[in-house]
Design a protein. Structure first.
Length: 352
């Protein structure tokens, strides 16, 4: 019998449209011989719907116009049938769910809130659970935990306003530095600050995306990433390397690259590749990751590796690094999605 997988997309985050692109790609690559897919969309107001159209409608953000659309809610009855409840002209219906695959980026989808609701409902989550998702979303907490495990991180501090203390903290870190929202993804609200004159605007820009910001020292070198999945232990894709013409990898470059290049696989020697792999594994274990994640690192000009951040739901778009790193390691996109789902269902069977 086919297992039913709820692919959850959309949401209230500024990354709503990125989620649509990722979800469409995931849905196209799910093996429908093995799984029944329930496309579960959350609109920008936070309302849940079950959608029975095409991935193209999701990708083009016209899924809300579909006549197939039905309002839905998640049943939180942990001991009953783990399901979505839908409401239509013919009345209420119940869709049993074997596992949920959140394909949402940023707040309300990647920060542990959705994972917590699913865990409360007794529905297995494909990917990181509530605690790991919340920790990885908070850059300061993630860095503190990683540092306590001996993993180098950039020097940084957190604040929720611009004032004299902000200026003093920036001077202590030293320019240039980076100002980022504490809990946001896709490089929203990030600024490279080269002088005190630029600091206030950068802080105010970051506060548009979160109630707190983090200031970090600049690590001179380059950014690399490591795609990780659970597959008889941990399996890692080939590390990549971001080559920039501008100072940093911002939102525009992530989804419409013009001034950057991503080398995948990166031309690293065996020694550096192994150190990157070990650092990624250490970060994964320190933060309690599960299922899959992309772990981003910096390599300094001196060759020292620093932890940057974990993307617990990395992009699955045409330009996304995560599937490309896995493909470079010999795992195609359909195989990747199948492995991610299969591993979670296997784990659920072992604990049932």
């Amino acid at each position: 019998m086919k297992k039913t997988i709820a692919v959850i997309f959309g949401g209230r985050s500024p990354e709503y449209h990125v989620s649509l692109q990722s979800a469409a790609a995931v849905i196209r690559n799910i093996n429908t011989e093995k799984y029944r897919v329930v496309m579960t969309g959350i609109d920008s107001l936070g309302n849940w719907h079950v959608f029975d159209g095409s991935p193209e409608e999701i990708e083009q953000d016209i899924w809300m116009n579909s006549p197939s659309l039905k309002p839905a809610v998640l049943s939180l009855d942990h001991e009953g049938t783990h399901c979505l409840l839908t409401f239509g002209e013919e009345g209420q219906d119940m869709i049993p769910i074997d596992a949920a695959f959140p394909v949402m980026h940023g707040a309300y989808g990647e920060d542990g809130r959705l994972q917590g609701a699913l865990e409360l409902a007794g529905i297995p989550v494909i990917g990181c659970g509530m605690m790991a998702s919340a920790l990885c979303m908070d850059k300061l907490l993630a860095h503190r935990i990683a540092s306590s495990c001996g993993i180098p991180c950039a020097e940084g501090t957190c604040m929720n306003r611009y004032d004299e203390n902000t200026r003093k903290a920036a001077e202590a870190i030293g320019y240039p530095l980076y100002v980022k929202p504490l809990r946001a993804g896709s490089s929203y609200g990030i600024s490279r600050v080269c002088s005190s004159e630029e600091l206030e605007e950068a802080v105010r820009n970051a506060l548009r995306y979160d109630s707190a910001v983090i200031m970090e020292e600049e690590i001179r070198g380059f950014e690399t990433g490591c795609a990780v999945i659970e597959k008889d232990g941990l399996f890692m894709g080939k590390a990549d390397r971001i080559i920039l013409q501008d100072a940093y990898y911002d939102y525009t470059e992530k989804y419409n690259p013009k001034n950057s290049e991503i080398q995948c696989p990166a031309p690293f020697d065996a020694e550096l590749s192994e150190r990157i792999r070990k650092t990624a594994e250490a970060v994964w274990n320190a933060l309690g990751c599960a299922g899959f994640a992309r772990i981003d690192l910096f390599v300094s000009e001196e060759g020292k590796i620093y932890f940057n951040e974990v993307n617990t739901i990395p992009g699955f778009t045409a330009h996304s690094r995560f599937p490309k790193m896995m493909e470079a390691a010999g795992i195609s996109f359909p195989e990747l999605i199948d492995l991610i789902i299969e591993e979670r269902l296997k784990k659920e069977g072992e604990t049932a």
